[in-house]
Ligand binder design. Sequence first.
Ligand SMILES: Cc1cc2nc3c(=O)[nH]c(=O)nc-3n(C[C@H](O)[C@H](O)[C@H](O)COP(=O)(O)O)c2cc1C
Length: 464
Amino acid sequence: MPANRDRMILAAFLHNGGAHPGGWRHPSATPERLQDLSFYQEIAATAERAKFHVLFLGDAQGMFHIAGRDAYAGSDGGSRPDPTLILGALCATTKQIGLVSTVSTTFNEPYAVARRIGTIDHLSRGRAGWNVVTSTNESEARNFGGDQLMEHDQRYARAEEFVDVVKTLWDCWEDDAFKYDKKTGRFFDTDKLHALGHVGKFFKVAGPLNLARAPQGHPVIIQAGASGPGRALAARTADLIFTAQPHMAAAKKFADEMRESIAGFGRDPRHVGIIPSIQLLVRSTEAEAKAAEAELLSLIPPERALSQLQMLLGGFDLSPFDPNGPLPDLPLSNATQSNQQKLIEMARTESLSIRQLAQRATVSRASWSMAGTPEQIADALADWFHCGAADGFSLAPNYLPDGLTEFVDHVVPVLQKRGLFRTDYEGETLRDNLGLPRPVNTFVADPSRHVEPAIWAKPTRQAK
Ligand SMILES: Cc1cc2nc3c(=O)[nH]c(=O)nc-3n(C[C@H](O)[C@H](O)[C@H](O)COP(=O)(O)O)c2cc1C
């Protein structure tokens, strides 16, 4: 199946100080600005100048486990400002780019998330998106009253219900419910308000949401699950699918399977963008690009690489094994099963030692990476796009902010010249710019779903 659009979707995906584990040490990187609003404003302005669809901030509500003090000391994940608050602030300084944040369904409640993401959609006039994740870190569980992470498939069962509740909350108010009629004294039309009365396996939510329907109807839903239940959630609910794929053939297989699965849920695959994440190094010559790659590699401490591999494989202790020997057999992880399987496959097919796998895994985090000239990179992106392996890409700059600026200044113009990327925004909202329809309000589409709000029920106690 070919890519479902004429031009690519592009997202900028921020990973702390940079997607490369040595990225924060790059001479041009400014990790000391990770808590400064100006850092995010500058990056958002660069992505918007290039007409990117989305600025995406990943998140976790806890520090990842990295075994060993020395390994930890080289990690840039210790300070993560809340991404939804950053996006709220960016509403004031951006005009067209989509503002997307990760929010976990395992460590939140649907009502609060519907309200928070809906608010960003209002403040940005229709540019909000929510990356639905189920969370993969034990440390997050320990920050939210548990000892260990909820079992993988249970997390996805919770996420399925969570997304449905959030979407229904976004429909509680019909689009034209608020009248602000000073003459009649009617702030809103009571016929256009619906409650939820949701009682499910995980949540009990009365509704209605105390927020007007969002400009996009539903802010854009993004999902990156890659296991069976993760893919099912993405196929059923997502507008955009993030994925990490090591090469084009794997990406093509994934995209084909996802499009089939999306159609299986009765949805139009052309209304879902599949965008693999990519890590690129752009230089004017191939030799310079390879040198830049080697420079970044030299900035990763070996303890950090091995420690990160252990985490990516699901938290197994590899210290008893010879780092120059093969990867031992491992049981299935309760965290990121898809990543674990991809890394095991990479180690087996390429006969990598633990040390070699650690370096590879630490750099690419299982997604595709490339170092080359603007033309070489544009050629590769075009190949992925034309064969249907990707509807676009989520660029995770190796270091910030310059990793993004280099792509914007040198690769984007080549893509534009080839007609592969737009030269201006087409619409107002993120949905418009992605070519996605605005969801019909479920209560309008099916009036039998109406639930009378209890908020105006008359008192039942009799006065004496
Ligand atoms: C591009 C991309 C971005 C992701 N961002 C986050 C994130 O910000 N926070 C998070 O907890 N998980 C994130 N994930 C992890 C996914 O939500 C998911 O847990 C992972 O792909 C494994 O899926 P699985 O559990 O279905 O195997 C991301 C994954 C990808 C591919």
